[in-house]
Design a protein around this ligand. Structure first.
Ligand SMILES: [Zn+2]
Length: 301
């Protein structure tokens, strides 16, 4: 049995999967906000409860925002700031009395989709999260490529490729630079570009909906978003050339994106032809917790 835990800013979710990926049980509790020890205790309580209910002990994988610093072994880059600077994986391993595996949520998303989601069967899958932030994860033969510095796939903080004059220098990003892919492709980036075109505020959902009804500014905004996404993905294709690109996060639900995207990526990528599949995630919000469970790989049949 594999146990996956998705540690989010507002909720902690736990799932138990059998060898086929079927869900044996799942639960969620509110994250003890701002309380590090309480967070570790909540995870312990969830694992104990699930194992008592199922009468079985499992491997444990954890999806977190942020990553473990290779320099200090402590958490970094987490928007749940109470985790930063703490040895989260070791503290959980001690609490659970077993080794645990931990990866950032974008890597878990990509792994989940590569194991039994939209990229199942693909040798090389690139998973993209388009939401509050923009993240990415690279999975090769069902294994997450974390990279030497644990930043493999962190594509959201590259500059937007082939910027137009009015896209330079771009909005300031929390990472300290400006014009990052994330500042254009996150939900707030999408809303910002609509504000620039239409002069009024609208949420990402509203823009997508009114674009579908033919509203000119919303359509222009969506087209621009699609083009920026295509430029950003073309760089990934040029470097990694994945078999499948899986889109997840709130903005991946915009159906219209998928019509135009492959042709636009093909226009920018350095290739005469492009048959990369670009698909929507099938596990939706469950990808993080499922991918965490799959951090302990399947035994080879
Ligand atoms: Zn940035």
């Amino acid at each position: 049995m594999r146990i996956g835990i998705d540690l989010g800013g507002s909720k902690i979710e736990i799932i138990a999967l059998d060898d086929s990926g079927a869900t044996l049980a799942r639960r969620r509790v509110a994250t003890p906000a701002g309380d590090y020890d309480g967070t570790v205790r909540a995870i312990l309580g969830l694992v104990d409860g699930l194992e008592a209910e199922l009468g079985e002990r499992g491997t444990v994988g954890i999806a977190t925002p942020g990553a473990v610093s290779t320099r200090t072994g402590l958490m970094k880059n987490s928007n749940s700031t109470v985790l930063n600077g703490r040895p989260l994986d070791r503290d959980i391993a001690v609490a659970l009395a077993r080794p645990v595996r931990m990866e950032n949520d974008a890597n878990c998303f990509a792994l989940s989709e590569a194991v039994d989601g939209a990229a199942a069967g693909a040798a090389v899958a690139f998973g993209v999260i388009l939401g509050t932030g923009v993240g990415g994860g690279l999975v090769v033969e069902r294994r997450v490529i974390t990279g030497r510095n644990r930043i493999a796939g962190e594509w959201g903080h590259n500059p937007l490729p082939w910027p137009r004059d009015d896209e330079r220098p771009g909005a300031a990003c929390y990472c300290g630079k400006a014009g990052c892919v994330e500042t254009f492709l996150s939900g707030s980036g999408f809303a910002r570009s609509y504000r620039a075109i239409a002069g009024v505020e609208a949420s990402a959902e509203e823009i997508a909906r009114t674009a579908g009804q033919g509203e000119a500014a919303a359509r222009a905004c969506l087209e621009l978003y699609c083009d920026r996404l295509a430029r950003s993905l073309a760089i990934v294709v040029d470097i990694v050339d994945p078999d499948v690109v899986v889109l997840g996060g709130g903005l991946s639900n915009i159906e219209a994106l998928y019509d135009d995207l492959p042709a636009r990526v093909a226009r920018y990528a350095f290739s005469d032809a492009l048959d990369t599949r670009i698909v929507r995630a099938v596990h939706g919000d469950s990808s993080g917790v499922r991918g965490a469970a799959w951090l302990w790989p399947q035994r080879q049949a």
